[in-house]
Design a protein around this ligand. Sequence first.
Ligand code: NAD
Length: 270
Amino acid sequence: MAHQLLEGKKGIIFGALDENSIAWKTAEKIYEEGGRFVLTNAPIALRMGTINDLAKKCEAEIIPADATNLEDLALLFEQSKETLGGKLDFVLHSIGMSPNVRKGKDYGDLNYDWFLKTLDVSGISFHKVLQIAEKTESMNEWGSILALTYIAAQRTFPDYGDMAQAKAVLESIARSYGYRFAKNGKVRVNTISQSPTMTTAGTGVPGFDVFFDYADKMSPLGNAPAEDCANYIVMMFSDYTRRVTMQNLMHDGGFSSSGITEEIIAELSK
Ligand SMILES: NC(=O)c1ccc[n+]([C@@H]2O[C@H](COP(=O)([O-])OP(=O)(O)OC[C@H]3O[C@@H](n4cnc5c(N)ncnc54)[C@H](O)[C@@H]3O)[C@@H](O)[C@H]2O)c1
């Protein structure tokens, strides 16, 4: 059920890898709501994924960019404005990757080169996106920039490894850059803290099935699916949230405010 909430709005979507990706579902919703956008991902991911199908469906151009590379990002923003015919109203950063988690490194035995890579790809890249957006004067006033995060930034989930530090950095950048971008350009910057979701990045975390099930039982409304996250992102890109900025917004079915639930009690009473 579309309401054309994003009619006339233009933007960039990072991170659609396959049809399970949160960014993929978001692109479909934004398109339904009248928004137009450029799709981008790291060159290697573009070769692996099926993003062409999404681009066709959403009448979107694909512009490759490694989100850690400033030159790639500058080209991306300039080319996106040309393609879309003007400045941008929204940017979605939906990027995460940890070589330590991917290669099963124990938290007490981290490879520090990989740790730096985790921080760069999953955290600092958000600063790079924001800085390039500002320097290239790419955003319209009342624009909205969002990144996706996870509650491991605040609480420990042992198998999430060094991604927890990357997410803490990411959320902190949203506050610091949110202040600056509000003052300089009336642009809002937020993070959405999403429930565990069955995607390539999500299922890369060891024991993800159990983890997913636990979070579902601990959330009074159940885990938030990717489609609901996409709807929330549409709202955050719409004019209905113009003065929401510098926030970490929980989208988790109530998980973050729950101490225990009947489902967990029943499970532990078995
Ligand atoms: N799946 C979950 O359980 C969950 C929960 C909370 C938050 N998130 C966050 O949601 C976001 C999207 O992840 P997803 O679950 O849709 O998984 P996904 O694997 O579909 O998406 C991750 C994306 O990051 C991209 N990426 C990696 N390195 C990059 C680089 N150098 N430059 C550009 N792009 C790069 C990948 O190509 C991929 O498209 C991530 O920030 C993730 O941490 C996921």
